[in-house]
Design a protein around this ligand. Structure first.
Ligand SMILES: NC(=O)c1ccc[n+]([C@@H]2O[C@H](COP(=O)([O-])OP(=O)(O)OC[C@H]3O[C@@H](n4cnc5c(N)ncnc54)[C@H](OP(=O)(O)O)[C@@H]3O)[C@@H](O)[C@H]2O)c1
Length: 337
């Protein structure tokens, strides 16, 4: 099946190219950014001798004449404009941006005016562990955000045991690639090197995404206090969640809760020791660890923000949408050491 990548000059776009080069069934037939007129090997010198294709200036009609499925590795707002046209032209879409992840009101409150209201309700939230059957039957995937992927996979199994009248704290840390390829003051080498700091505490746009999906999946209202941090590393994400249990005499083995929740999910690994970033870097795994102290619950997860938090999860979703096994072409071996 022929596929397109729009946003191929960005970080998640490059990850998609790298994954799709090795995919047995998907063939890259069209890649684009905002300008075109360059060969992909000049755009990404690491791809020299591995793929030879001209980069186009993105155009929905051209996508539809080359491909049946498109990955949109674009900023929010830009993505919805392409999605609207691509769906009309019969192209399946996996959108890595936030444009179809939230209900309309929440989206417009935290992002901007929506330009494709008709398709919002048709989008399926692409968290395969929770929406697999829906993903198989849709033409539009809203690929989850990186922080929400790691946070939801860790937190959802425990919602029934948590006292949701007390806010849940999520302390999350990401490598700098989470901010995309464009430089800012906080991602400048001189600032991020040998440094670590929070940004947008209690204000980050991924907070409503986590809250909304818990409501959808568990039918429970929770108050999430979400504080993201930047780490002086290129890729990887570590999430630490602090919650209060309903009862401090809970006689429950929380590892068993994790095992039961994820028993048929090959991309979740339940860890007996606290998780780390390196063990998931380069893979689609989400590693999860849980510990209890009286009524305090600590859950920690790690993912690769560019892969499970974006491009490899997008490919899992595309596999499912197109009737393939979810693990086709999905990386499992971490960049260790
Ligand atoms: N980075 C992560 O870890 C991560 C994780 C989860 C989700 N996401 C989401 O995934 C999306 C892509 O993220 P990223 O980090 O890969 O961003 P990025 O590195 O900034 O790349 C953005 C890409 O979009 C292209 N683009 C922008 N405007 C365009 C237009 N009008 N027409 C065609 N192409 C256009 C850029 O092309 P030019 O080079 O021509 O500007 C570039 O290829 C974002 O919505 C982001 O929020 C990112």
């Amino acid at each position: 099946m022929n596929v397109a990548i729009i946003g191929a000059s960005g970080y998640t776009g490059l990850e998609l190219i790298k994954l799709l080069i090795n995919h047995p069934t998907f063939k890259i037939k069209y890649i684009a950014n905002s300008t075109g007129e360059i060969n992909v090997q000049d755009l990404h010198p690491c791809l020299k001798d591995l793929i030879n294709i001209e980069v186009s200036k993105a155009n929905a009609k051209d996508v539809s004449s080359h491909a049946q499925l498109a990955f949109l590795a674009l900023p929010h707002k830009t993505s919805m404009l392409f999605t609207k046209d691509l769906l009309r032209l019969g192209v399946k879409v996996v959108d890595l941006s936030a444009d179809y992840r939230l209900d309309l009101n929440t989206y417009e409150q935290f992002y901007c005016k929506h330009e494709d209201k008709n398709n919002i309700d048709k989008a399926i939230y692409g968290l395969p562990e929770y929406f697999k059957e829906d993903i198989k039957n849709t033409n539009l995937i809203a690929n989850p955000g990186c922080y929400p992927s790691a946070s939801l996979l860790a937190l959802l199994p425990f919602i029934d045991y948590i006292n949701t009248n007390i806010p849940i704290f999520i302390d999350a840390k990401s490598g700098v690639s989470g901010a995309g390829k464009n430089l800012s003051n906080i991602t400048h080498y001189g600032h991020i090197n040998e440094n670590c700091f929070s940004y947008n505490p209690f204000q980050h746009r991924h907070m409503p995404e986590i809250q909304e999906k818990i409501k959808v999946i568990k039918n429970t209202d929770v108050l999430i206090n979400f504080v993201p941090h930047l780490l002086p590393i290129t890729r990887g994400m570590l999430v630490s969640i602090y919650a209060t249990l309903k009862n401090d005499k809970v006689d429950i083995d929380f590892n068993k809760v994790l095992e039961k929740t994820y028993e048929n999910n090959e991309f979740i690994r339940i860890r007996k020791n606290p998780v780390d970033i390196k063990s998931t870097s380069g893979t689609n795994y989400c590693d999860i660890f849980v510990a209890q102290n009286n009524n305090a619950l600590f859950i920690s997860s790690s993912i690769d923000n560019l892969l499970r938090g974006a491009s490899s999860q997008a490919l899992v979703n595309a596999n499912l949408m197109c009737g393939f096994e979810e693990n086709v072409g999905i990386p499992k071996i971490a960049y260790v050491p």
